[in-house]
Design a protein around this ligand. Structure first.
Ligand code: IVH
Length: 718
């Protein structure tokens, strides 16, 4: 969609805006500023969400975005529906309005094997009255179908499939999906109004991240990315939709009208050519800035090649970043498509090939109750082991009492389970019709299965909790969390060892990690000198971990990694939180009342304060080091920098000059004296060495530019 030259130009312009943004105000009209910023943001959204090759950091994107937002607020009359700022803010009515599709949304006929495909191919060739039928094969995305209308290049409506004739108007939610452009240059192809079809999906990664968030909040996880996508599209608050990180693939033009303005002959020919085949449609949509199955699609000349491709794709299914439940085979040529026509239910020129389901039925044998770090008691269903999509499943979390009731699960039930991709298996449903009176209800315990203290449930919550902070299960889980990868990252202290040390009385609590009795451990099976040395080193090194990791490691309820970073940045020392009220905390980014209350509660507890004091006495980092230096020095005064690898935005000499003009110093090698290593492409040994020194801050070129920009009175001259 963007040529090499355009890309270079956009990037150059971006850097100018990022570095000398304020002085632009003087020379450009508001209109010109707004238009440039929109073009830049549209370009970077495409790089990030469609091409998957961002050229600037998230912070830099935000800088441009805020600049546009600020200018638009000053000139509200210049705001248009296709401005990137209009993705957020618009809200939906309680119930969605129903809107008629321009052309009905049909379904697809299904096929399950080579025989089905051969039959379909034979009929297609008969009806087309030719043997020369080319097919275009592409993934069948497992998400929620949508229909979009653009008028004069601007997205004016997005709807769900609904009953096929009319769908729900979910325009505000659709605008939250960053890979759907709010403006697309259809007019370049002579198109005035266009209705296009596609599928909204949640990538496996976004799905798992979202479920992690739900788990942290003690909420039941979503069963699969498809439910997640279709549920998200119907949410009442578009801001919530934005948090779900949805994606969309477009693959069909159902209607278009020609614009009045004539095209130059060359453009006209190009448009006609693209609008002649399915393959061309995908290309056109891609050129207009949409995600399409461009890479995955394949055009073949006969049904044997179709069979081979769909079978090959089924093998690779798990390697894709999103879920697909089959492939769609379409007659490539539109003239032939028209000849074949459609039934009232599906087009005759397309067919879906469905992959083998990754569901299985099995027996629910019993339920165990596990106690987590926050005392939450989670029921885990023990199943008759069964293979689903190549993995044997024998136990599945069933979340909480309400979930059990909702799904009407009973011990002895036959249940359908599903495993979608790498995703945690879920129970889809029980099959009550197969009950034979031997099934029993699941009894929730009234006492903690580990320490036997009474369980409590807070009002409005689904989870029963053991509130005995000394409960062995909780202590062990807290230690496991404290040393985990995203917290203090003590690699050599795994879950199994923590449990073993705890049982033997060698490790009783978090501070205990820092005085493990290594002489005793050395006598245990499986602990040689080398593994003890490594363990000691890893524990020692963790003392230098930055404050946000420690905060995350404390396992404060509702405080995930991002909130931990916000918290760390808000204080000079973690104990400063003892002085902060809930109102103070509410001023922080993304901290709502639930999170603020939980944080205040944590820092009001004397035992927690004692824990933090012990950790400080042991040499852990309770100060916010970065904030300290920034406050004392202002710009980069006294900080040492080193650049490694190939920089792409600046010349090495320019970058070094920037450091020096801001009071920083360039050093020649990686040592404990180095503060910041800026890493370009193909960095080698310097980066490896720096990773081993915990005090070195490693950042990308983009982050470096942001740092300069935030701290500096002098800037890059482009
Ligand atoms: S073509 C008339 N292509 O599958 C055109 N559909 O089971 C019909 N789907 O409602 C749609 N990926 O939501 C088409 N590459 C793809 C698809 C696809 C997923 C969905 C679509 C449709 C459903 C039919």
């Amino acid at each position: 969609m963007y040529t090499h030259e355009q890309t270079a130009h956009m990037q150059q312009l971006t850097l100018q805006w990022l570095t000398i943004a304020d002085s632009h105000n003087a020379t450009l009209t508001a209109m010109a500023q707004i238009q440039t910023l929109r073009r830049l943001l549209q370009f970077h959204e495409h790089r990030y969400y469609v091409a998957n090759q961002p050229l600037i950091s998230d912070t830099q994107y935000d800088t441009l975005y805020h600049l546009l937002d600020k200018t638009e607020q000053q000139y509200p009359e210049l705001v248009t529906a296709d401005s990137p700022t209009q993705r957020v803010g618009s809200s939906l009515n309680a119930a969605f309005e129903t809107k008629q599709h321009l052309v009905p949304m049909l379904s697809l006929e299904n096929s399950y094997n080579a025989d089905d495909l051969n039959d379909w191919d034979r009929k297609a060739r008969e009806m087309a009255a030719t043997d020369a039928v080319a097919y275009c094969i592409e993934p069948k995305f497992d998400g929620a179908s949508i229909s979009l209308i653009y008028e004069n290049d601007v997205l004016v409506r997005g709807t769900t499939r609904g009953d096929g004739v009319a769908g729900e108007d979910i325009t505000a939610n659709i605008k939250q999906i960053k890979s759907i452009p709010l403006r697309a240059p259809f007019s370049d192809y002579g198109i005035q109004q266009i209705e296009i079809r596609g599928e909204v999906v949640m990538t496996k990664q976004a799905f798992e991240q979202y479920n992690q968030l739900l788990i942290q909040q003690g909420l039941p996880v979503l069963a699969n990315p498809r439910n997640a996508a279709s549920g998200s599209l119907r949410m009442k608050d578009p801001k919530e939709v934005a948090k779900r990180n949805l994606d969309a693939f477009l693959y069909h033009i159902s209607y278009y009208s020609k614009s009045d303005a004539p095209l130059v002959e060359e453009a006209n020919q190009r448009a006609q050519e693209l609008l002649r085949s399915h393959e061309g449609t995908l290309e056109l949509l891609w050129l207009c800035g949409f995600r399409t199955p461009q890479k995955e699609k394949k055009v073949v000349g006969n049904i044997q090649s179709v069979v081979a491709y769909v079978q090959q794709f089924e093998q690779q299914r798990d390697d894709l970043p999103y879920e697909i439940d089959g492939m769609v085979i379409k007659v490539n040529n539109f003239a032939l498509q028209e000849k074949l026509g459609m039934t009232s239910h599906h087009p005759r020129w397309a067919i879906a090939f469905k992959f083998k389901a990754r569901q299985a039925t099995t027996q629910l044998l019993g339920v165990e109750f596990q106690v987590g770090r926050t005392g939450a008691v989670t029921p885990v269903a023990k199943l008759q082991p069964v293979s689903v999509g190549g993995v044997t499943v024998s136990s599945i979390s069933i979340h909480n009492e309400e979930y059990i009731k909702e799904k009407d699960l009973r011990i002895g039930d036959t249940v359908i389970i599903e495993r979608a991709g790498d995703v945690i298996p879920q129970i889809v449903q029980s099959l009550p019709e197969l009950r034979n009176h031997t099934q029993t209800h699941i009894q929730f315990p009234t006492n903690c299965p580990v320490c036997n203290s009474t369980l409590y449930k807070e009002e409005g919550e689904a989870v029963w909790r053991c509130i005995n902070a000394e409960c062995a299960a909780q202590v062990v889980e807290r230690i496991i969390h404290f040393v985990s990868k995203d917290a203090m990252d003590i690699k050599n202290l795994g879950e199994a060892n923590i449990k073993k040390f705890f049982e033997l009385g060698l490790l009783k609590d978090i501070p205990g990690i820092y005085h493990l009795p290594f002489t005793a451990i050395a006598t245990m099976d499986g602990f040689g000198k080398k593994s003890i040395d490594n363990l000691q080193l890893a524990i020692e090194a963790s003392k230098q971990q930055p404050l946000h990791r420690l905060i995350y490691g404390l396992g404060i309820r509702f405080v995930g990694e991002t909130t931990a970073k916000t918290l760390a940045n808000a204080v000079n020392h973690v104990l400063d939180f003892t002085q902060k009220s809930i109102d103070d905390l509410l001023l922080l980014d993304d901290v709502g009342i639930k999170v603020a209350t939980s944080i205040a509660h944590f820092f009001a507890n004397a035992q927690n304060i004692a824990l933090l004091q012990q950790l400080e006495a042991l040499g852990l980092q309770l100060r916010n080091v970065k904030k300290d230096t920034a406050m004392e020095a202002g710009a980069l005064n006294g900080q040492t920098f080193l650049f490694t690898g190939t920089l792409s935005l600046l010349k090495r000499s320019e970058a070094e000059a920037l450091v020096e003009s801001n009071g920083g110093k360039i050093v020649s090698g990686v040592s404990a004296k180095l503060n910041v290593l800026v890493v370009g492409a193909d960095a080698g040994s310097k980066l490896e060495k720096a990773k081993k020194i915990n005090t070195i801050h490693i950042m990308s070129e983009a982050e470096f530019l942001t740092l300069i920009q935030n701290q500096s009175p002098s800037h890059v001259t482009a």
